[in-house]
Design a protein around this ligand. Structure first.
Ligand code: GLN
Length: 487
């Protein structure tokens, strides 16, 4: 049995039954990384020695008979915008290429507390700005289903690592789709929790009112188990929700009878790939056959979501990224005076997409334009949220495509920012409204590329979307596929 192809819960069972040790498992993943990451480029940094130390202490824990957690001894990967004490956290930017955080993000504290094994830090679009991982300052990541294609982004390294068997689970972040869209492109499961459900403390800020941390996994069972670990209140994040965390694995039930599923016409956007539309309609028919009720709904403000998102996200990014001044921390490029030093640092160390966002953001926030752009975007944000509020009076969940197309070719739209932004049509509205959403595979294109669907819930309704996703997943074989092959 190839260990790297198994979902994390299968590996967890094997560890608990002592059929394998965490050291063996960790070595299997490290070998896999050595053999395949030259083609995939999912990691920026690997920490083999530290990983083997973590595996050793997990093995000691397991053999001592102490109670173990889901993650004990399970090798996973962390997006490189999540601070890891003593391990480089670059955000795939030259600005932070030598940044070694002196503290752990809140999610890392929780994960470490569970005795997980960390294999390394994964590639991403610089500062999480992008949808293809091509904006990494270091190298693009390749899709394990077709290495000529992007893995999606910005958590492309995390998604490719899980899909390609280079990690048993991974953590990503989602500001406008960065967990769900790469999950969709790589044929795996990705969940963006309700805004505030998972602490953002130690997540390098992109757009603070939209950012959320979440899991990328091989199946829905793993997703529920990892959400159990990372969810919960944190006094270090002022937007953290102080509500009890349910046991999400209790939602792993096959039952959608009587569930009202909303199908929003506006999510089938212009230019959407025919194969994506067909796959979603097939899933709708499957849900109906399993006893769910399909309700046509309308979310009319969806068409403004991309414009509103790119204004709000860029405005917040411009503000958040002003801290990279060559003084406090991060890289510095010298200059004859302080202004020249700051100018040189920011000119040389930020990539083009990051600079574009800073310029759009500062423009939208500047006197004279604030009302016309930023304030208007905030008003639209409220209208998008009200659309959902009304829809959720009638339905329990909303079903939609995750992305308008399957994975596209590396290089094909990178020079066309508008095309790239349009990729986010189905994912950004949730971030604007703070809602939870899960992406899971629902088919394949003729070219053999995965297609994902998104299940959207009310605030804090992660259990409902997990149950809906699990019911569908278990009725199909997509979660058993490994880069195109059923195992
Ligand atoms: N593609 C979107 C952007 O570039 C979303 C990125 C994200 O969720 N981090 O902003």
């Amino acid at each position: 049995m190839e260990l790297y192809k198994q979902p994390a819960h299968t590996l967890h069972d094997m560890l608990v039954k002592r059929e394998i040790t965490s050291t063996e498992l960790t070595r299997a993943f490290l070998n896999r990384i050595e053999q395949t990451d030259a083609d995939i480029h999912s990691y920026i940094t690997t920490i083999a020695e530290k990983a083997l130390d973590m595996a050793k202490s997990a093995d000691e824990k397991i053999s001592s008979g102490e109670s173990v957690s889901f993650l004990t001894g399970l090798p996973g990967a962390i997006k490189d915008n999540i601070c890891t004490l003593g391990v480089k956290t670059t955000c795939a930017s030259k600005m932070l290429e030598n940044f070694i955080p002196p503290y752990n993000a809140a999610v890392m504290e929780k994960i470490n507390h569970m005795d997980a094994v960390i294999l390394g830090k994964t590639n991403m679009d610089e500062f999480a700005m992008g949808g293809s991982t091509e904006n990494s300052a270091f190298f693009p990541t390749h899709n394990p289903y077709d290495t000529d294609c992007v893995p999606g982004g910005s958590s492309g390294g995390s998604a490719a690592a899980v899909a390609g068997g280079l990690a048993a689970w991974a953590i990503g972040s989602d500001t406008g789709g960065s967990i769900r869209q790469p999950a969709s492109f790589c044929g795996i499961v990705g969940l963006k929790p309700t805004y505030g459900r998972v602490s953002r403390y130690g997540l390098v800020a992109y757009a603070s009112s939209l950012d959320q941390v979440g899991p990328l996994t091989r199946d829905v069972t793993d997703c529920a188990n990892i959400l159990n670990v990372i969810a919960g209140y944190d006094s270090m994040d002022s937007t953290s929700i102080n509500e009890p965390v349910p046991d999400y694995t209790k939602a792993l039930i096959k039952d959608v009878r009587g569930l009202k599923i909303g199908l929003p016409a506006e999510y089938f956007v212009d230019g959407m790939d025919e194969e994506v539309i067909r796959a979603i309609h097939a899933a709708v028919a499957d849900f109906k056959a399993m006893g769910a009720q399909i309700v046509e709904i309308s979310l009319p403000y969806t068409k403004y979501a991309i414009a509103a998102y790119y204004l709000v996200a860029s405005a917040e990014a411009a503000t958040n990224l002003s801290r990279y001044d060559g003084v406090s921390y991060g890289s510095r490029v010298s200059g004859e005076d302080i202004v020249a030093m700051m100018t040189n640092t920011r000119t040389e160390k930020f990539g083009n997409e990051v600079k574009r966002r800073i310029m759009i953001g500062n423009y939208a926030l500047s006197a004279g334009y604030y009302d016309a752009y930023y304030l208007k975007a905030l008003k639209l944000r409220t209208l998008v949220k009200e659309d959902y509020d009304k829809a959720f009076e009638k339905v329990d969940v909303i079903l939609a495509p995750t992305a308008p197309t399957p994975a596209f070719k590396i290089g094909s739209i990178i020079n066309d920012p508008l095309q790239m932004y349009l990729q986010d049509a189905c994912t950004v509205p949730l971030n604007l409204a703070g809602l939870p959403g899960i992406s899971l595979p629902c088919g394949f294109s003729k070219a053999g590329l995965p297609i994902g669907m998104q299940i959207i819930g009310k605030p804090l309704a992660e259990e409902t979307i997990i149950k809906t996703a699990f019911t569908y997943e278990q009725s199909k074989d997509f979660h058993k596929m490994f880069a195109g092959v059923i195992e």
